[in-house]
Design a protein around this ligand. Structure first.
Ligand SMILES: C[S@@+](CC[C@H](N)C(=O)[O-])C[C@H]1O[C@@H](n2cnc3c(N)ncnc32)[C@H](O)[C@@H]1O
Length: 285
């Protein structure tokens, strides 16, 4: 998939996986229950989680399905997903497949729900959405999950200082240059939005939108913040090459200056869920 001059390549999240679960802020705590309710999950269906990363959504939802398939092109992410599935005791019900969404293997079968957790923007959206339509049973759900954007997450009245995001970003730019990096290329204008239009265009009905409230106070350590930085495609470990250790050392100095006891406060982001449906075929007239 291409965005302007940028071409997807397999280094996009190289080295990020071991940092992902620790570094990324979780989805809002009510998400699993909200999805269970809105999708009427009863433990019997099949879930396909595309761009599953370390199984973030797939593992949270595994107890609500009989069969879960996670797909991701990054081998490190899949190893993490496998490890976390073992820890959660759901290995028998989960399967992890290395593939890009654009090249899903044949024979996956038909699913009740297909989820995309902050992954659809990396894909050839039209092609993937059209294929998902074929993979869903009539009435099945295409589910897009993302952190709520444009939310005030300021840290007023919190016990520790906020994570100094602007200073961290400036340090990343000092090492990696002024333009956002992504894999072997750069993304000057970020990834595309407009997914709702594409998903509607291929024939899905919806979306039904719900917001799972965030706002809870989270405590973050310097190690968590370092992990967060390395979990991002724009500052993934591979991008620093031999200067990786130097970058981490500078990052830790910056964090120690911002919070001498190594503790930060953050607010849990809200989670936005949009659900589209594959309309049941009309009865023959
Ligand atoms: C931001 S992570 C999200 C991981 C997880 N879904 C979550 O909700 O935390 C994006 C994931 O999408 C995967 N990805 C990127 N391009 C992809 C593609 N073309 N097909 C499938 N997955 C892709 C990446 O490897 C990465 O694991």
């Amino acid at each position: 998939m291409a965005i302007g001059d940028w071409q997807w390549d397999e280094t996009l999240f190289a080295g990020a996986a071991p940092y992902y679960r620790r570094g990324r802020l979780p989805y809002a705590p009510g998400l699993t229950r909200a999805l269970g309710d809105v999708l009427a999950l009863d433990g019997r269906g099949r879930l396909l989680d595309v761009g599953c990363g370390p199984g973030t959504l797939a593992l949270d939802l595994a107890h609500l399905f009989a069969d879960v398939v996670g797909v991701d092109p990054d081998p490190g992410m899949l190893s993490e997903a496998e490890r976390l599935a073992r820890e959660a005791g759901v290995s028998a019900r989960t399967r992890w497949i290395r593939a890009r969404a654009e090249e899903l293997p044949a024979g996956l079968g038909i699913f009740d729900v297909v989820t995309f957790g902050q992954s659809f923007h990396w894909m050839d959206q039209e092609r993937v959405a059209a294929h998902v339509l074929d993979l869903l049973r009539p009435g099945g759900a295409f589910v897009h999950v993302a952190d709520l954007k444009r939310e005030n997450r300021s840290g007023g009245g919190l016990p520790y200082p906020p994570v100094p995001h602007a200073a961290v970003d400036a340090l990343v730019r000092r090492y990696l240059g002024p333009v956002r990096r992504a894999g072997r290329g750069t993304l000057p204008h970020g990834t595309p939005g407009g997914e709702a239009e594409v998903i509607g265009r291929v024939g899905f009905a919806g979306p039904q939108r719900l917001v799972v409230a965030g706002g809870q106070v989270l405590e973050r350590s310097s190690d968590d913040v370092v992990a967060q930085v390395f979990s991002l495609s724009s500052s993934a470990p591979h991008l620093f090459g031999p200067r990786r250790a130097a970058f981490e050392a500078d990052l830790r100095v910056l964090l120690a200056q911002a919070s001498p006891n190594g503790r930060f406060s953050a607010r849990q982001p809200g989670t936005e869920v949009r659900v589209w449906r594959k309309e049941p075929a009309s009865p023959p007239s």
